[in-house]
Design a protein around this ligand. Structure first.
Ligand SMILES: Nc1ncnc2c1ncn2[C@@H]1O[C@H](COP(=O)(O)OP(=O)(O)OP(=O)(O)O)[C@@H](O)[C@H]1O
Ligand SMILES: [Mg+2]
Length: 396
């Protein structure tokens, strides 16, 4: 029983009508959401030693545990990655008994490593991430989102944020990573983690990082794949407006949470620098854009753009994908940590809009000043106003 009945923040994620996987990093609120969203479900937590022992020994015991539940009933299996073999039984019961399953875990990586069949497409996949502004309502604070991130535990205890994030990085991350058989030695990975933490929102050159972390390039590559598979971060690749093959542009890496990135970088005990905050602003907006993209079922590709002159546009959302018959249609977003908007910042997007072979549907500048503007088709929005419009479906 919950002793402290603090009201929960309502999440944007909706329950699909059929079986689903729910993946997300540790501590983002997966179990809590499943409890709220599927109140009548049979709940089996594989973290519980007895349950996990019984089901580990004999997966067929699952059918008996669910007993005579009618078809369509929900069964929640939390921490499914602990017994990947259980998925075969889940698969059978979905077909034979028509039960619906919510399968929750911190990443698909362990399931796949455990040789599990991921139900051959019979279950959809949903992702949970730290809070976004629309979930926190009046409790949302941009500045603290950039400094400390939005893990639920951090939001609940702002004063203890640095300690919580240190613990998150040192315990959760280390545990997650230790379980990953690929990492035989922890030290080089921790060195890498510190560098990757500092690189939040930056272009990733594997060769340079390999040199700095004193490990081979292929190792850095596998380290990054651990981070992306366990959903701690994602690469943003460069957008190519035309089919022509162009020079290779390195991707950027964005952490799932600015606070965790800062913790990984070991920067929690010193004031966040302006440059860091600027990238954290980009990272946070990307996080919110991604959540909206997913919960609104739009699934638009998100990229950044670097012109041949080396000028960047932070985010390009491809709302209509390019085909050989028609050009791509995009929303371009430029992000600046600045109290005042400099009209020169509109240039790269305006240049893109004047190019042939692409339709720029909207040009948006996001900054940290107080006022909204519209300059000749270009919207300049304070970050919080942008977020409000984003979740209202007014951006894309
Ligand atoms: N919607 C919410 N509103 C307020 N607090 C929340 C909410 N969701 C989660 N929390 C708090 O965040 C903490 C972590 O939540 P939870 O255990 O559900 O995360 P999880 O994703 O299941 O983590 P793990 O991967 O470690 O199992 C809990 O202390 C919980 O009370
Ligand atoms: Mg949980």
């Amino acid at each position: 029983m919950r002793l402290v009945m603090k009201p929960l923040h309502q999440r944007l994620l909706c329950v699909p009508d059929r079986s689903f996987f729910l993946f997300g990093p540790r501590g983002v609120g997966k179990s809590t959401w499943l409890m709220e969203a599927l109140p009548g479900a049979l709940r089996l937590d594989l973290l519980d030693a007895r349950t996990s022992l019984e089901l580990g020994r004999s997966p067929t015991a699952l059918e008996g545990m669910a007993g005579t539940l009618p078809p369509g009933s929900w069964i929640v299996l939390d921490e499914i990655q602990r017994i990947p073999a259980l998925l075969d039984e889940v698969h059978r019961l979905m077909q034979m008994r028509r039960w619906r399953f919510a399968l929750c875990g911190s990443s698909a990586r362990k399931l796949k490593r455990g040789g599990a069949n991921l139900l051959a497409g019979r279950a959809v996949t949903r992702r949970m991430a730290p809070f976004v502004s629309a979930e926190l309502g009046s409790g949302f604070d941009l500045r603290s989102s950039l400094e400390w991130g939005n893990l639920p535990a951090v939001r609940e205890d702002a004063a203890g944020a640095a300690d919580l994030l240190t613990a998150y990085v040192h315990t959760y991350l280390r545990e997650e990573i230790r379980e990953e058989g690929v990492l035989r030695r922890l030290d080089p990975f921790l060195r890498f983690l510190a560098i990757a933490g500092m690189m939040n929102g930056q272009t990733i050159n594997l060769q340079n990082i390999a040199r700095e972390a004193a490990v081979p390039r292929s190792t850095v590559e596998s380290y990054f794949s651990v981070l992306t598979d366990t959903l701690l971060g994602e690469f943003l690749t460069a957008w190519r407006p035309h089919f022509k093959v162009r020079e290779q542009v390195h991707p950027k890496f964005y952490w799932f949470d600015a606070g965790v990135a800062r913790g990984a970088a070991g920067l929690l005990r010193q004031p966040a620098e302006r440059e860091w905050l600027g990238r954290a602003l980009e990272a946070h907006l990307l996080h919110e854009i991604r959540v909206h993209n997913e919960v609104s079922d739009k699934h638009c590709p998100i990229r950044f753009y670097r012109t041949s002159a080396g000028v960047e546009i932070d985010f390009i959302l491809e709302t209509v994908q390019r085909t050989s018959a028609h050009p791509a249609q995009v929303v371009g977003i430029e992000v600046k940590l600045a109290e005042r908007w400099d009209r020169g910042w509109e240039r790269p997007l305006r240049d893109l809009a004047s190019q042939k072979g692409v339709r720029v549907q909207r040009m948006i500048g996001v900054y940290t000043g107080p006022r909204s503007y519209r300059f000749d088709g270009f919207d300049v929005l304070p970050a919080t106003e942008f977020l409000r419009r984003l979740h209202a479906g007014d951006i894309f």
